[in-house]
Design a binder for this molecule. Sequence first.
Ligand code: GDP
Length: 302
Amino acid sequence: MFDQLSGKMSGVLEGLSKNGKLSEADVTEAMREVRLAMLEADVALPVVRDFVNKVRERAVGHEVLESVSPGQAVAKIVNDALIDALGGAGVAPLNLSAVPPVPLLMVGLQGSGKTTTSGKIALRLSSRERKKILLASLDVQRPAAQLQLQQLAERVNAITGLVKSLPIVAGQSPVGIAKRALETARREGYDIVILDTAGRLSIDEALMDEVREIRSVTNPAETLLVVDAMTGQDAVNTAKSFNEAVGITGVVMSRMDGDARGGAALSMKAITGAPIKLTGSGEKLEALEEFHPERVAGRILG
Ligand code: GDP
């Protein structure tokens, strides 16, 4: 992830630092190269434009060009602009502040990593914060999905002893299961209920209607969209559609361990308005990290 972009961006900035003095033309040329590098990394075009314009505007000022080390000053401006594009300084934490049981709604396309991520979040919150967690699969299209979540819950429970899955009852609707999950969690004193909705192969009205209905019945503290980082711009378009149709509060980007070019991470906030809250970096249940824009910017600039 980010390797190619990182190589090119740090190359451009190194080039600038070699010059003792910088002219406006040097900055313009560097920004042309940054623009190409970002487009090659699959960053959305409006985001690239905005990024390059912002950096150029800040970098051609007198204080920058005439400073002692203008190359370093421009590098700092690029670094700050990257942090902005990645969602701003600091992590965007999960909002768990509602009265327990706190519902977390997981949405996304089939195969995005939604069920795995539900298990990863359950492990994280039960091991680090000692939260008691109920997992419920609302996927009535694929009976295997409910079993998959049940097995995940058993695996996490073997580690922390605080995670159960809602018993499977055949023939219930997704909304019916969601209501039963909340009732069970209330009755049995759970802190958090993770509701894993059904995914489809593509975005359709039936999927969005179902998510909207579940949302209005459960009033989740978070509606987390799981997207596959490897799908690049498609991940961003998916997020845009989900946000417009059902409203999402955050994104979990899975498969950050793959060789994705990084464009999705850089476009997500600007295009969808939703921050990346967590990232998945492998199939293991422990492979879930908070998203730190400063660290990612640091990695991109080497
Ligand atoms: P769902 O259909 O959205 O629920 O997707 P699943 O959770 O079943 O995940 C689909 C596949 O992706 C599984 O084989 C997971 O092990 C794998 N997977 C999920 N997250 C990650 C990740 O962050 N990295 C990698 N390499 N694989 C992942």
